[in-house]
Ligand binder design. Sequence first.
Ligand SMILES: *Cc1c(COP(=O)(O)O)cnc(C)c1O
Length: 425
Amino acid sequence: MTMQLYLPTTDKKALYNAAEMLFLNRDRLPCSEALPLLPFGMPEILDASERLERFAPFIKRVFPETCESNGIIESPLIETPHLLSALSRNSQVRLFVKMDALLPIAGSVKSRGGIYEVLKHTEELALKHGLIKENSDYKNLCEYRELFSKYAIHVGSTGNLGLSIGIMSAAIGYKVTVHMSCDAKQWKKDLLREKGVTVMEYAADYQSAVRHGREKSAADETSHFIDDENSLDLFMGYAVAALRLKKQLETQNIPVDKAHPLFVYLPCGVGGAPGGITFGLKQVFGDDVHCFFVEPVNAPCMLTAFIKGECVPVSEIGLSGVTEADGLAVPCASKLVYSAMKQLMDGEFTVQDSRLIPRLRLLYETEELFIEPSAASAICGFEGMLSPVGQEYLQSVGAGCGSTHILWATGGRLVPENERRQLIK
Ligand SMILES: *Cc1c(COP(=O)(O)O)cnc(C)c1O
């Protein structure tokens, strides 16, 4: 297969020209200084993790696909030596894929944050109505559909967040409405309607879909709005991934320390998923983990925030916000996430849309793993690290052949068979 080389530049002008770049965050601080500046920390991650454990018997009962993992929603960490040799002839590093594309229920990284926020809201309502007490078995919550049907949930989405919120909320019994931006794929809307979810469609972008959702929700006092632009609950749901990854690395005897740094490549939309995961990983591994976001050249909202120093829409710097990577088609980054990432995120790569499908196919051909186009951007992050500017960074942080690299493969499982065939053919 011929694939055009990915050679990002570090020139900041590239952002404005929709050209591919590697941004290195010069404001990053050592974790010992950056983490104490944040208004939340490890206790909040542990609280979220324990809540997910309380709900595990319920999830196992309502979603039999989670039986094997006892109601814990988790994805495998898979080593990809064939992909590595296709990308690099003489690399001594180890390459893995964190297959969130296989996550149960929503088939994407949103099975972490999105589902977590719906469960947290459900726990609050259940406590308020006396359905559960401390130490209750949450399994029985599925007997109260009628009560939950008196409550509404609204969310704005480019597709995948809507799937996670819609599927979980409908399973519990809520009246759920997903406000979809123009980027959302038809099959995602169809699937939600099949599950009894109300899908509102807008001709405008994600920011506008979120605004409509927020207004509709505010007009209904029984409604909870899942605010992807500003939700600490989503953020903490994503952060739990770090505790799980730590266990997987230990089980597979993969060291993470000064001599064996870990590099993680995270596709970024509004920032919640990559931001929450980065926050968790920095809590767990400190300065031994390096987190790089990946965004489309035409919708790099997080990079725009870093370079402008505030969250502004990408249209303000002359970019279209339009991309084939529907999960990343976000014009403006989350303020909450940007401010948490300011001194934590190590850097970012931007990629052209035209690279996504060739990478998706490469992963499929070398490892028989299917991911959606948004997720395939992570592969470019690793390629960028192999490029001259990436090598320079690796040397500057003292990372040699002992390093481990993880592509965070954020979605794909629910892509219908006919779409899948078209993507990989
Ligand atoms: C949502 C999503 C992302 C990015 O998550 P944000 O929280 O929007 O930054 C990345 N990949 C896929 C497939 C997604 O659905």
